[in-house]
Structures are given as structure tokens and as C-alpha cells.
Design a protein around this ligand. Structure first.
Ligand SMILES: Cc1cc2nc3c(=O)[nH]c(=O)nc-3n(C[C@H](O)[C@H](O)[C@H](O)COP(=O)(O)OP(=O)(O)OC[C@H]3O[C@@H](n4cnc5c(N)ncnc54)[C@H](O)[C@@H]3O)c2cc1C
Length: 449
């Protein structure tokens, strides 16, 4: 590749966390970029608000320092934003069972004592290291967990955990795509327990030591992160309000709104691809566009004077078996500093998901009355008097990596080969969390530079 090629502007479609991180690293390394964004603002689903002493989110609430790319990005931006790490209390996770909260065990003793799992499965866990490793690459998360740990672990640990990440169904999600680290733990070490013990013994590199898996946000809200990225990229390089992009294939490249570019990276959701790239063969695009997403309603609730249960935890998750309306709730004012006025409390509730999509289709008024009942009981309050109520509904919130993933990934490869210069990225592949998005963007930037 000649220097001249390298210096050509790269087009990025979508100014969410993926597109902005990619643009930031490209530009930092001297590669000019132009971002085309449909909406009139940048940040994608990341959006924060401030109201009367509350700082709340309507998209992601926190991220995890689960890879070196995320750690490095936050380090690089630390002069511009203040990283807010979760309080120690956030290590405690609650699970709703039989009308009360139970702490998820975090050591052997609490593991033996917990009422979350039945006696048979607790004994069964001793046999986990001796069970044969699975050989079905398309096995669902539910299948894998039942096979290795037992039904009660699925119902009261994994099912709520999957609600927390995917708002999804462990019967639908395929481990290899949705929880690749867990899949590889079994494939490499033959067992989750053996693998975890072995990994704990392996010496850690300096880089690995920095990947602390801590939960983070940003002072003032996560939107500060994307705003800062936007400022570094420069307003002149980001074109917002581009709801009708016209991309055409021409000799040796493409035109976007009649300007020639040789590389276009898409970070948009699956259902946008055919309108952005009308020239891509539909048979190649259809298996990508059919990617399923979980619908989610996110409700922010702020109380000026909190009179309910103690909030010394990250929050609580509600297993599907318990048949409640809330999937889970985060105790935001306990996790992070300055999220609510003194003596107040801020919560984020999640409703719907692939198991209860009907709840994402009712009016806000009805939704609130349904949620209120669960919330009052779970949080032990007698009057429901939030000062802040913020409801945001997402028809397509989180991508669901099911059995169709193999074909989707195969077709992404085929398209990238057939249409040189086009890269299809974003959460259609490589993970749905913020840390996954940053990692994908950084890796793409490294390849492109
Ligand atoms: C409700 C919710 C809660 C979440 N909670 C968490 C959490 O707690 N922790 C965590 O780690 N992750 C969480 N996530 C996931 C995380 O927010 C996402 O992985 C990440 O922010 C996605 O970034 P992105 O840039 O890939 O996509 P997006 O943020 O969706 O950005 C895509 C961008 O493309 C633009 N676009 C779309 N179509 C077009 C078009 N035709 N032309 C031009 N532009 C277009 C959009 O307007 C948008 O700005 C949550 C997601 C949601 C929806």
C-alpha cells in the first residue's frame, strides 16, 4: 500500500461508541476520517441527563474494564474525562427468589449456604471438573449450563445474568458467539472450574494486570465519554443529520453523497444495511439483516428522600422463573458517586427483553403502573413518589447471537471480499457491551492504519 492510499479519508457510518472510537484512533494516527451520522447528535445509544441533582442514563449505565483496549482508551482520555469506578459495595449482586433478594454467592461458604441453588446441583458442581467437554459448537447457553452445572444454576444465576447483558434467552443464545470466553474455557481446559483455577495460576503480563474487570462510568455520565471523543475527532469531520445517505459503487471505490472514498466502515445496526448499501446483493445481506434484537424499556427513577431497603449492592436481577415484570434494576446512586441528591436514590430499571416483549409495547402510563407494583415490593417502600421518571423504549436494543451467527459472520466476510473497501462492523459481530465495541474499533483501526 502506498503512502497516498493510507492518507485517503476513511468513511465511518454511525457516530456511536464504535464509530467514534474507530475515528479517534484513525485520526490520532494521521488517517483522515469523515463520519456520517443519521441522528442530529453523536453518541448513539449513549445518552446522559442531569436533573435537580440526579445524573442518569437512558442507554448503557456502566461498562467493564474487561479488555486492554478499554483500559487504554480511558487512560488516554483521562485528562479530559474523570473515570468513575464503582464502589466496593457494587460487588454484591442480588437475585430475586421467593419474594426476597438473595445475594449471589462469592465464595465457597456462601456458595454452600445459598438458597438460590438446590442441594443436588450444589453437589453436582463438585463433579463439573470431571464432566466431558461439549462437542456441539451450536450449543445454547442453557444447554451448556444444564449439562455442566444443573437446572437451578441456569434458573437462578445464568438466566438473570443473561437478562443483565443481553435481555435475552439462554435457550436462544449460542455460547460460542454470546459468551465466547466461557465457551473457550470449556474447550481449552475441559471444565469451567479447572479452567478458572488454571487461569488464576498462570502468571499475568503487565497488560493483563491492568485489565481489572472493574465497573466504570464517567463523572457527569457516560455521554461525557462520547462527547470527548467527538471533540477530539473534530466537528468538521462529523456530519450529523445524514438520514438519507446515498452510497454508490464506482470504479475502485464508492461515492458517498457524490464524493469519492475507497473505504467505508459501517457501524450501524443490521436493519440499516440494505438502505445504506443498496448495491450489495440482497442474498448476501438478508442473513445479516435478520439478526434478532431484544426490545427493552429502560426506566430511570429518582427519589429525593430514600426510605426503602438498604442499597449496598450493584442492583438486583429477576430470574424469568419468578415471573415478574422487571428484568433487573441497578442501584445507580450506590454504584457511583453523585448520582442523586444527598439522602436520595437513583435507579435504572430494565423491562421487556426477548422473554417479555409485550411489555415494551404498552403505554408509558401502563408500564409505570405495572412496574410500580414490583418496585415497591422489591425495594420495600410504601409510597411510590419518584421525583424523576424517565422512560426510554428501544425496539431493537441488544443484538442476540443465536445459531444464525455462523451464517451472518460468513456473509459479512463474503461481502467484505466481494466489495473491497467495505467493512461491516458494530454489534452485528464481536460482542454487545461497550468494552466489546471499543475493542473492535481499536482492532479495526490497527488493521487500517
Ligand atoms: C438500553 C441499553 C442498555 C445498555 N446497557 C449497557 C451496559 O450497561 N453496559 C454495556 O457495556 N453496554 C450496554 N449496552 C450496549 C452498549 O450501549 C452498546 O454496545 C454501544 O453503546 C453500541 O455502540 P455502537 O456505536 O456500536 O452502536 P450505536 O450506539 O447504536 O450507534 C450506531 C450509530 O449509527 C447511527 N445510524 C444508524 N443508522 C444509520 C444510518 N442509516 N446512517 C447513518 N447513521 C446511522 C445511529 O444513529 C447511531 O448513532 C446497552 C445498550 C442499550 C440499547
Amino acid at each position: 500500500m502506498t503512502k497516498q492510499h493510507v492518507k485517503q479519508p476513511i468513511v465511518i457510518i454511525g457516530a456511536g461508541l464504535t464509530g467514534l472510537t474507530l475515528a479517534y484512533y484513525l485520526q490520532k494516527n494521521g488517517v483522515p476520517v469523515t463520519i456520517f451520522e443519521k441522528s442530529d447528535r453523536i453518541g448513539g445509544v449513549i445518552k446522559s441527563f442531569q436533573y435537580e441533582g440526579f445524573i442518569y442514563e437512558q442507554g448503557p449505565n456502566s461498562g467493564t474494564l474487561s479488555n486492554i483496549e478499554t483500559v487504554n482508551l480511558l487512560d488516554e482520555l483521562s485528562g479530559d474525562i474523570e473515570i468513575d469506578l464503582a464502589n466496593e459495595t457494587a460487588k454484591k449482586r442480588l437475585i430475586w427468589k421467593n419474594n426476597q433478594w438473595e445475594a449471589l454467592p462469592d465464595n465457597l461458604i456462601t456458595g454452600i449456604k445459598t438458597p438460590l441453588f438446590n442441594f443436588k446441583d450444589k453437589l453436582n458442581i463438585l463433579l463439573e471438573p470431571f464432566k466431558r467437554k461439549g462437542n456441539n459448537p451450536d450449543e445454547s447457553i442453557a444447554g451448556m449450563v444444564k449439562r455442566r452445572l444443573g437446572q437451578s444454576f441456569l434458573d437462578y444465576a445464568v438466566d438473570p445474568f443473561i437478562s443483565g447483558i443481553y435481555a435475552g434467552d439462554p435457550n436462544y443464545l449460542v455460547t460460542r458467539y454470546a459468551l465466547p470466553k466461557l465457551y473457550h474455557l470449556e474447550q481449552t481446559y475441559g471444565s469451567f472450574i479447572k479452567g478458572a483455577l488454571q487461569k488464576a495460576k498462570e502468571p499475568k503480563t503487565t497488560e493483563q494486570k491492568r485489565v481489572t474487570k472493574q465497573i466504570f462510568s464517567v463523572k457527569g455520565g457516560l455521554e461525557e465519554l462520547v462527547k470527548t471523543l467527538g471533540e477530539k475527532i473534530g466537528q468538521k469531520n462529523i456530519q450529523t443529520g445524514q438520514s438519507h445517505l446515498c452510497i454508490q459503487q464506482v470504479e475502485n471505490g464508492y461515492t458517498v453523497n457524490n464524493h469519492f472514498f475507497s473505504k467505508i466502515i459501517s457501524t450501524v445496526p443490521a436493519d440499516q444495511l440494505s438502505s445504506i448499501f443498496p448495491f450489495i446483493t440482497p442474498t448476501l445481506l438478508t442473513p445479516i439483516q435478520s439478526l434478532k434484537y431484544a426490545p427493552v424499556v429502560e426506566v430511570g427513577l429518582g427519589f429525593r428522600q430514600w426510605k426503602g431497603r438498604d442499597l449496598n449492592a450493584f442492583g438486583g436481577l429477576v430470574p424469568n422463573k419468578e415471573n415478574r415484570h422487571i428484568l433487573g434494576l441497578l442501584f445507580m446512586s450506590s454504584i457511583f458517586k453523585e448520582r442523586a441528591p444527598k439522602n436520595g436514590a437513583l435507579f435504572t430499571l430494565f423491562i421487556g427483553g426477548t422473554k417479555k416483549p409485550e411489555l415494551t409495547q404498552i403505554s408509558n402510563e401502563k408500564l409505570l403502573s405495572v412496574v410500580q407494583k414490583d418496585f415497591m415490593e422489591m425495594m420495600n417502600i410504601e409510597t411510590f413518589n419518584p421525583e424523576l421518571v424517565h422512560i426510554k423504549s428501544y425496539k431493537k436494543a441488544i443484538a442476540q447471537y443465536g445459531k444464525d451467527s455462523a451464517l451472518r459472520l460468513e456473509n459479512i466476510e463474503k461481502i467484505q471480499k466481494k466489495y473491497p473497501g467495505i467493512i461491516l462492523a458494530g454489534s452485528i459481530r464481536d460482542g454487545v457491551g461497550m468494552a466489546d465495541r471499543i475493542k473492535q474499533a481499536k482492532n479495526m483501526a490497527d488493521q487500517l492504519i
